[in-house]
Design a protein around this ligand. Sequence first.
Ligand code: ATP
Length: 270
Amino acid sequence: VRARVMQVDHSPNVTYEDIGGLEEQMQEIRETVEMPLDRPEMFAEVGIDPPSGVLLYGPPGTGKTMLAKAVANQTDATFIKMAGSELVHKFIGEGAKLVRDLFEVARENEPAVLFIDEIDAIASKRTDSKTSGDAEVQRTMMQLLAEMDGFDERGEIRIIAATNRFDMLDPAILRPGRFDRLIEVPKPNEEGREIIFQIHTRNMNVDDDVDFAELAALADEASGAEIKAICTEAGMFAIRDDRTEIYMQDFVNAWDKIQAESDEDPDTSR
Ligand code: ATP
């Protein structure tokens, strides 16, 4: 069970250079996650505890997972990922045990960055429904809080959680000593979008007429994940046309296509 829900990556290959438009967020992650891993003695000498857990929140596909991977890469830490939804929906009755396992694996692989995606699945505000699933979700969350609370020698393990639904979170997890550092990860602005286009076309054979600033203006509201999809799709248009060079028009067509798809099914808009 463990192996199927936990993703353990000893050398994640994402670096800060792969992330576009999140300068402030990167800066904050470096202070709150990287510094305590790299220079724990700084915090000891100053006499403060580093933030326990960092919560990244914002729309899907904006780079939350990338940020967690990049910090693990930068600090030569093991990246351990688990999705909240898998903790409670996949193996009914196993949630609390999986949380214990998760921390055990982290301790065995120190230094480690523990990334809990979709934390809202185990830490939603209590709802009215009294289904039996709720008790299980509660137990899973209590276990997570217990692990975090009893975690004084936390030095070599940093915990990052992520959610697309900040409004749904149970305030209990945001208390001091828990996820007490909140970092918003929004969709990129125009400048950010241009950088993300450049990042994702680094290895692509783009024609000189391709204007990333214009694409960034055009792809208003696109997330990082959608920009990546536009680039891939533009490449597909070239291939369909039996070309190896990608033109501006391919990107424009790709954006049209991706917009049409996300209008059809909002779930695939990532
Ligand atoms: P979710 O909430 O859906 O888990 P997320 O915020 O964790 O999303 P990521 O998994 O980090 O999103 O991003 C998905 C993909 O989209 C990345 O692998 C990357 O290719 C691209 N991407 C997203 N944001 C950015 C960004 N800021 N810069 C560069 N690429 C990005």
